[in-house]
Design a protein around this ligand. Structure first.
Ligand code: TEU
Ligand code: CA
Length: 555
């Protein structure tokens, strides 16, 4: 029986989706007003990034209260209405659980600061080393040291992200019970999915032997991580088989992912790993300017596809999220082949084995923001990166170019609904600037055009629902040695699928050993080509073919 194999998740970044009251910030009534568009697209689950009360140093990933709605997004009644209205349209809500850290404005941290020992033990405190230096050399993911000093206590607290995000002490059973209780609270509200933020960082190793690299080896996939996830599963979402879960697993290994995402279901349903989105980091440095390494991209996609399949574990399929620049600019070509490259990337990703996660705006090939000055940026990581790159001595022009291609704000632009003011996102002043001048690229126009990127996404989502070979078939890599071409086969009970995608800007000729009997289902070009023993693929040409599989024919 299928649980999530035929589902497609759509990420909503509520701040940038739809503003209903003209304050320039997207909100829950705005989302409700757009549910019909999402139903038309065919997505089944809506992942909302955090909408809890928060001081907003990291756009809501600094949670001050896990059981309430931030007034800027609406009320709990609005949320309950959203669940109901989504349900009416066959869609489920997935909530974002930020359990590695809380906001320093959270009641627990405030009580800890005030000296309540019960709550002090919810966080990770250390004194300086004997020579007066920081407790360890660990670095914050947003730059600078991961320790913040609290003079009244004479101690430091750990923050792997912003100093407004204090890391929780998961070795304390009370913290684990609180988190399970929060999951159950949202399950009681009808939530049927959970995305767990940086969840493989929650188990910190003993602090004695520090000073290795930036410290990440001490807490990435830490010593008790599998135990913690199994316990959370038992005490919350594992009690309802309809709930689906995904862990954001920054830099996890394939070996760990196999266990996190085993279809046996003791931990999570699936994980996001980001290795394939670091193929344009020069020497692993994000703040660098580099074209993606397509050979490495293919190697990683195939390794994770076959690696998870071997142990009957499940994958996620994505190139976009609110932390990533837009894939159509990163791997495609928005100037000459915006439609073809957006469609090719979508086909290549979504037809693999796993659950697709789309980022709002991806389905209309939204571009990066094209910011030209620092003032336009909002993201804490980008603002810190500016300073870090300045210290490295980079020219401002170079820094702006790197931010322009790598900043998280690129994925956070406001939705391009139509050709009205601010593309229909708000009647007020948007919190971040996005502008699409060409009406052809708005959602409204793309819905009318059968050859649009939006319609291509709609077809892919429907194909997953109607074809077992795509939902549950096995994955076999093809053409492994052909540079820039990503090809594979999916084999189901009655049918096989063949997907061939060129990510190159120039034509490429390939030979196909097994070219018989395929019929073309979908192409990134309006005039797609049939499968043949020798084929010349045009720039960003991607094709999906089906045929009955041999076993069925023999019957
Ligand atoms: O992100 C985790 C993470 O490690 C990276 O996405 C990181 O933010 C950055 O891209 C490194 O260059 C999650 C959330 O998705 C992100 O929005 C939050 O800022 C972060 O956790 C902290 O909660
Ligand atoms: Ca609003």
């Amino acid at each position: 029986m299928k649980r999530f194999e035929d589902r497609t998740v759509y990420e909503i970044y509520p701040r940038s989706f739809m503003d209903s009251n003209g304050d320039g910030i997207g909100d829950l009534p705005g989302i409700i007003s757009r549910l019909d568009d999402l139903q038309d697209l065919g997505v089944t689950d809506l992942w909302l990034t955090p909408i809890y009360p928060s001081p907003g140093f990291d756009n809501g990933y600094d949670v001050a209260d896990y059981r309430a709605i931030d007034p800027q997004y609406g009320t709990m009644e609005d949320f309950e209405r959203l669940v109901k209205e989504a349900d009416k349209r066959g869609m489920h809500i997935m909530m974002d659980m930020v359990f590695n850290h809380t906001s320093t404005e959270h009641e627990w941290f405030q009580k800890a600061l005030a000296g309540d020992p019960h709550y002090e033990d919810y966080y990770i405190w250390k004194t300086a080393r004997e020579d007066g230096s920081l407790p360890t050399n660990w670095q914050s993911k947003f730059g600078g040291p991961a320790w913040e000093y609290v003079p009244e206590k004479g101690k430091y607290y750990l923050h792997l992200f912003d100093k407004g995000q204090a890391d929780l002490n998961w070795d304390n059973p009370a913290v684990r019970q609180e988190c399970a209780g929060i999951v159950r609270f949202w399950m009681d509200k009808g939530v049927k999915g959970f995305r767990f933020d940086v969840i493989n960082l929650i188990s910190k190793a003993a602090f004695e032997n520090d000073d290795q690299g930036d410290g990440r080896c001490f807490y990435t996939d830490g010593p008790r991580i599998h135990e913690f996830l199994q316990e959370l599963n038992r005490n919350s979402f594992g009690q309802d088989p309809a709930v689906i879960t995904v862990g954001e697993m920054s830099s996890t290994t394939l070996e760990n992912a196999r266990q996190y995402a085993s279809l046996q279901g003791q931990e999570l349903d699936m994980v996001f790993s980001f290795h394939h989105l670091k193929v344009d980091y020069r020497d692993q440095e994000k703040w660098s300017d580099m074209k993606p390494d397509l050979d490495e991209l293919k190697r990683l996609l195939f390794t994770w596809q076959t690696g998870l399949q071997e142990t009957d574990s499940w994958n996620t399929l994505f190139l976009n999220c609110h932390d990533q620049p837009r894939s159509v600019e990163r791997f495609g070509n928005v100037k000459e082949y915006r439609a073809e490259s957006a469609k090719a990337l979508a086909t290549m990703m979504q037809m693999m084995r796993g659950t697709p996660y789309l980022m709002q705006g991806e389905e209309i090939a939204m571009k990066n923001n094209g910011f030209t000055s620092l003032e336009q940026y909002r993201d804490v990581e980008s603002l810190n990166a500016w300073n870090i790159m300045k210290e490295r001595g980079l020219e401002e022009e170079t820094i702006l170019k790197i931010l322009g291609s790598k900043s998280r704000d690129n994925g956070r632009g406001t939705m391009v609904w139509n050709s009205q003011v601010h593309n229909g996102f708000t009647t007020g002043t948007p919190w971040i600037i996005t502008e699409e001048k060409d009406p052809a690229w708005t959602l409204e126009e793309q819905k009318k055009n059968p050859d649009s990127v939006w319609n291509h996404y709609r077809q892919l989502i429907a194909i997953r629902k109607n074809h077992d070979s795509i939902a549950t078939g096995t994955f076999t890599p093809l053409l492994e040695d052909v540079h820039g071409v990503i090809a594979y086969k999916r084999t189901g009970k009655d049918e096989e699928a063949l997907v061939i995608t060129s990510l190159l800007e120039e034509p490429v000729t390939i030979s196909l050993d097994d070219a018989e009997g395929w019929h073309l289902e979908l192409s990134s070009y309006v005039d797609g080509q049939n499968a043949d023993q020798t084929m010349t693929l045009r720039p960003f040409e991607s094709s999906l073919y089906f045929r009955p599989n041999e076993k069925t024919e023999q019957k």
